[in-house]
Structure formats: C-alpha cells, structure tokens
Design a binder for this molecule. Structure first.
Ligand code: ZN
Length: 201
C-alpha cells in the first residue's frame, strides 16, 4: 500500500484543460440510482474517460464528478478542491473564466473506512443544479482506492476533502445528496428542483 500522494498526479503536473465535454445526467435519471460496477480493466479507455471527466468537471464548474453522472455506471470519481477560477474579460469583450492551480484527483474502486466524527457542510451537485443544502457527513475518513494504472493507494481525508469523497462515493452507490437529508427537506428540495427543471424544458 502506498500512502503518499498517488503517482498519477505526475501525469497531471502540467495539467491543461483538454478533453471532451461529457453530458451530465441530472436527477432523477435512472443511471444515478444504479449501483456502479467495479473497474476491472485499467487501459487507455479508462484514462481518456478520467481525462474527459476532469475536463467536464472543470467546465461545469464543479469540484467533483462521478462516472454515473456522465452516464457510466462504474466505480470512478474525479475531484479537485484546490483550483482557482477567475472571471476575465476577453479582447472581444466577452466574459470568460481563467482556471489555474489544478490539483486533479482520480479515485477508482474506492472504499471508505475509519469514519470518525461529524461535520455539517453545504453541498451542491452537478446532477442537481441550483440546489444547495447542509448535509451531515463523517469529519474524517480513510479511503482506499486504485489509480488509473490499477495501483493501490490509501489516504486520510478530513473536512472538505472528506465530505467531497463521501458525496462522490455515494454516487457510486446510487445515492444523491438529497437522499441524505431529512424526509421533509428532501421532499421539499426535490419538488423545488423538479419544478425548476420542468420550467427549463
Ligand atoms: Zn454529486
């Protein structure tokens, strides 16, 4: 078991925003309710999926994205809780965003252990856009996972990193954050979201 920062980070030391933007499935798409399957083959296809997921996450923008959110029911999620996003005006006057300070993380076949303490964080989700609510999570966790070469890693996480890993890991078990709320809040926010979604269509 390697307990340092995984080697795949080296692959991203010169990370540039490149890839294909994938379609993000929104609640209540059936794929978001499925238990995702473990990744067995660590190949080029997996690497390009991870790259495209990161690209899609940065574009959205979000700090985490799980494979079921892009319609792929496999145990993979990507995350970056460190990058910066700055509003800029381009030469032609259009508003845009400059992204920098990337710290992309990729978790494959993750297993969460050693849940300790409790913390309340306001969460949002790219699959439930526009809805934010406080969710109770473990304050600190250990997560065992594989990188895209199939090598095993284990890291301890707390605060935002811990919360984010738990949120993304839930997606692999077919759970969206609304389902972690009290029944009253859950019903209220689900209704609000679906009403808003209907209006847009
Ligand atoms: Zn989410």
């Amino acid at each position: 078991m390697i307990s340092t920062i995984p080697t795949y980070l080296e692959a991203f030391s010169d990370y540039r925003l490149e890839g294909d933007e994938l379609k993000i499935f929104t609640y209540p798409s059936p794929v978001l309710k499925k238990i995702a399957k473990p990744v067995i083959e660590f190949n080029g296809e997996l690497k390009s999926l991870c790259r495209n997921m990161l690209y899609t996450m940065y574009k959205a923008p979000g700090i985490g994205l799980a494979a079921p959110q892009v319609g792929i029911s496999e145990r993979i999620f990507v995350m970056d809780i460190d990058y910066k996003r700055e509003k800029v005006t381009r030469a032609d006057g259009t508003l845009d965003f400059d992204l920098s300070g990337f710290n992309p993380l990729i978790f494959i076949n993750p297993v969460i252990e050693n849940n300790q303490g409790e913390v309340l964080f306001q969460e949002g989700c790219l699959s439930v856009p526009g809805i934010y609510e406080e969710v109770k999570r473990s304050q600190s966790i250990t997560v065992k996972f594989q990188d895209w070469n199939g090598d095993n890693h284990s890291i301890d996480a707390d605060e935002l990193l811990s919360v984010c890993i738990q949120h993304e890991n839930d997606h692999l078990d077919g759970i969206v954050f609304l389902e972690r709320l009290s029944l009253i809040k859950r019903n209220l926010l689900t209704k609000k979201f679906l009403k808003k979604k209907k209006k847009k269509v």
